[in-house]
Design a protein around this ligand. Structure first.
Ligand code: 13P
Ligand code: SF4
Length: 306
């Protein structure tokens, strides 16, 4: 670690105490952010952490929908994002108007909304889900009810395979995960025939079908730790490799696709994190009327995820 990095970290630590702040970071963040964070995890873990923390300031190192979820859950705390340009390609594919149109077409459907969506979309939904609890959330809905699953068609298709239940899907997808091609994965698998393949459910169907397990980002971390395989092929965003390698030094991790890089997740760095704490920038707020309705859908998910 360079002297500059050490000085940045020391100043971040000092300001964190002064501001009574907590730094939470998604598993895809760059290594230097993960290493300085108080907590790293997947979307579900991060929203649970936000819901429970008594810190006055939450510096959210992830993407906008995640910070927005924290802001909905913690209206009396300050939620900051070090860089507002960290959006999410999938979340931007759906709007509240679109959901209202779908609800008119399917008036009796229960709307299940993947958290990778704007708060206004969550506000139109009955219950949220993340990649780690989507199957459980759908299973909690009575069999005789229609289910409208938004916005990720691939997570939705994965849940359909898991539950054997027909869902009405929206056509959203993650622009990062669709870059993982089955031909690339098959090539890597041929080079490492004994490896396990751990894939994220945002991957396309052929990738999910080639995988040994389909899991959330923290699910991948846990499975990698307990797996007996010494080589693990990882089909998700490249930022995962940092935590996997750090926590499992006896194993080899091979990305299914080296260009599977979410540019939004990568905009944060130590300097921006420090400026965020220094200048208290950039606060994330959600309009009260939207937040109240979105919170219902998020809490419905949290209630069955404990
Ligand atoms: P996880 O909830 O599995 O961390 O996924 C979030 C995400 O954005 C994956 O692209
Ligand atoms: Fe959104 Fe995909 Fe990036 Fe996850 S990896 S934050 S779904 S664009």
């Amino acid at each position: 670690m360079s002297g500059t990095q050490k000085r940045l970290i020391a100043r971040i630590e000092q300001l964190k105490k002064e501001r009574r702040a907590v730094i939470i970071a998604h598993n895809y963040q760059v290594g230097e952010i993960q290493d300085v964070a108080d907590f790293i995890g997947d979307s579900l873990e991060l929203s649970q952490k936000a819901a429970r923390t008594d810190a006055e300031v939450i510096v959210f190192c992830g993407v906008h929908f995640m910070a927005e979820t924290a802001a909905v859950l913690c209206p009396n705390q300050t939620v900051l994002m070090p860089d507002l340009s960290a959006g999410c390609g999938m979340a931007e594919m759906i709007s509240a108007d679109e959901v209202r149109r779908m609800k008119q077409k399917h008036p009796n459907a229960v709307v299940v909304c993947y958290v990778n969506s704007p708060a206004a979309v969550k506000a139109e939904s009955d219950i949220c889900c993340t990649s780690s609890n989507a199957t459980k959330v759908v299973e909690s809905i009575p069999q005789d009810r229609e289910v409208l699953f938004i916005p990720d068609q691939y997570l939705g298709a994965h849940v359909m395979r898991q539950t054997g239940r027909k869902l009405i899907l929206y056509n959203g997808y993650c622009p990062t995960h669709v870059r993982i091609l089955s031909s690339d994965l098959q090539e890597v698998m041929a080079e490492h025939p004994d490896a396990e393949v751990l894939a994220h459910p945002e991957c396309t169907g052929p990738i999910a079908q080639l995988a040994t397990h389909v899991l959330s980002t923290s699910g991948i971390t846990k499975m990698a730790g307990t797996s007996s395989a010494s080589t693990v092929i990882v089909a998700t965003e490249i930022g995962m490799m940092h935590r996997l390698a750090k926590e499992n030094q006896d194993k080899e991790f091979i990305p299914a696709c080296r260009s599977c890089d979410c540019t939004h997740m990568k905009v944060n760095n130590l300097e921006k994190l420090l400026w965020s704490l220094e200048e208290m920038q950039y606060p994330i707020t959600v309009e009260a009327a939207v937040a109240t309705r979105a919170k219902k859908a998020i809490n419905a998910m949290l209630a069955i995820s404990r």
